[in-house]
Design a binder for this molecule. Structure first.
Ligand code: F0G
Length: 459
């Protein structure tokens, strides 16, 4: 249905509410000082609008809560497992559906079988947990997104696409070292950008030529499919379920964080076509996650995810989801806040380096914007830039490719008025941009420093 009105209607009514916690700017300044300006260390009740992540932070529906009541907690062979398996198979038609507690568990299990020293795994862009789980086995993780994917100003409709020529070169040069090819949909680390069906077909053709399995990191598969429907030639009239089945039908398996598009607060799965690989993975699941019909989840979680999978593919939901994220992006762009374009599915990314040209990348402009969003408006966001990626294993520090601040939108959680408030706070930041100080790090751990580093403002 065409939307004849400007207002984006949330396609749900609110059935149970949580209080928002109001704080004053003075209280927030005290909270910031108490956590040394590291937003991960804040107590969530000190945050008004939490845009740290879209992972596990969505609101479940009435029907998901009803499904929770049907959860069967049998240790082995629970009916809830079969409900879950069938719901997954409707979209991801693989023989083996193995639940796990969240996405990174699926990654760890898959790469503890496929990884190892000397191996190299290409992806459009590895999410940090995927990269970490590959590297933890001694293998190498290589990002081969198209050049447009690195350009914050490029308007390419599928900036998450794999660079097929680069993939072909890698496969030709190191075929024996590549255990599999991965594609992340949507490309989170590259700005929530989609991958086209045509590009995935190209990846599949290369995998066939070099006899390699293709795995999808498919956390945001429904948002990716909606972008295909909206942007790819010949896809505009199709049911998104058919697009999803086309996409997943190209792969040999998926790793999944069910905390994203499956609309769960916890969960994930590993879906595989190959019997031998599945048997190896199941043995690891038993060792560390649980019996393979629950994989670290409760029966009630499996039921909630099955219902979530039915809801996330509804066109009204996806139109609202992608439309409301774009609403935020458009409003910021119109007001002159530099944002990554095209707008991603689950988040809007502020280009902090462009917003604060007076702050050197090694003085963390992304951190400066993220701190200001909290101080001025009680909004928690996430720096994705030099704090997160600037420190290298050899101890050196270099500016990251971009200094971004991610405003991730939890699913079905905030209304348009909350987003209008976010827009207003960003306007305030634009007015004060010239006054925002850079930061220095006064203490950091050896790895993944963004979670625990302590900061101090430079003035
Ligand atoms: N792959 C992608 C593309 C992700 O975005 C995430 C998580 C994972 C894998 C890992 O899943 O958290 O369930 O173990 N992304 C979250 C985020 C944390 O904030 O973007 P997980």
């Amino acid at each position: 249905m065409d939307q004849p009105f400007r207002t984006i209607i949330e396609p749900f009514r609110i059935h149970s509410v949580e209080p928002m916690r109001m704080t004053t700017a003075e209280e927030r300044r005290a909270h910031l000082a108490a956590v040394d300006f590291n937003l991960f260390q804040l107590r969530a009740e000190h945050v008004l609008i939490d845009l740290l992540t879209d992972s596990g932070t969505g609101a479940m529906s009435r029907d998901q809560w009803a499904a929770v009541q049907r959860g069967d907690e049998s240790y082995a062979g629970s009916p809830s497992y079969f409900v879950f398996r069938d719901a997954v198979r409707r979209l991801f038609d693989f023989e083996h559906i193995i639940p796990v507690h969240q996405g990174r568990a699926a990654e760890r299990i898959l790469f503890s079988v496929l990884g190892g020293p000397g191996k190299v795994v290409p992806n459009n862009t590895h999410f940090d947990t995927t990269r970490a789980n590959i590297e933890a086995t001694g293998a190498e993780a290589v990002d081969l997104v198209i050049a447009e994917g690195h350009d914050p100003r490029s308007d390419h409709p599928f900036k998450g696409n794999m660079d097929l020529a680069a993939l072909e070169r890698l496969l030709a040069a190191r075929a024996d070292d590549v255990p599999c090819v991965m594609v992340t949909i949507t490309n989170n680390s590259g700005g929530g950008q989609p991958v086209s069906l045509a590009n995935l077909r190209g990846v599949r053709a290369l995998c066939d030529r070099f006899d390699k399995p293709l795995f999808l990191d498919a956390c945001r598969f429904a948002e990716n499919a909606w972008f295909i429907r909206e942007r790819e030639e010949g896809q505009g009239e199709r049911d998104v379920v058919d697009i999803i089945r086309d996409v997943t039908g190209l792969a040999d398996g998926v790793t999944m964080s069910a905390k994203k598009d499956p609309l769960g607060n916890i969960g994930g799965w590993l879906a595989l076509a190959d019997d031998h690989l599945a048997a190896q993975c199941r043995n690891i699941v038993i060792l560390t996650e649980g019996f393979p019909t629950y994989g670290g989840l409760a029966g009630r979680d499996l039921e909630a995810l099955a219902q979530g999978l039915a809801e996330v593919v509804q066109h009204d939901y996806l139109r609202y989801r992608i439309g409301s994220t774009a609403y935020l992006g458009r409003a910021l762009a119109e007001r002159g806040v530099p944002v990554l374009s095209p707008f991603g599915g689950h988040a809007i990314y502020i280009d902090a380096r462009a917003l604060l040209p007076h702050v050197d990348p090694l003085e963390y402009p992304g951190q400066a914007v993220a701190v200001a969003l909290y101080e001025i408006g009680g909004i928690r966001s996430c720096e994705i830039g030099t704090v997160m990626f600037g420190r290298h294993p050899d101890g050196s520090e270099q500016p990251a490719a971009m200094d971004l601040v991610r405003l991730a939108i939890p699913r079905r959680t905030y209304t348009q008025s909350h987003i209008d408030y976010v827009i207003e706070v960003c306007e305030r930041i634009l007015d004060r941009a010239g006054d925002l100080p850079g930061y220095r790090i006064i203490e950091e751990p050896p790895a993944l420093r963004h979670f625990t580093a302590r900061f101090a403002p430079l003035r």
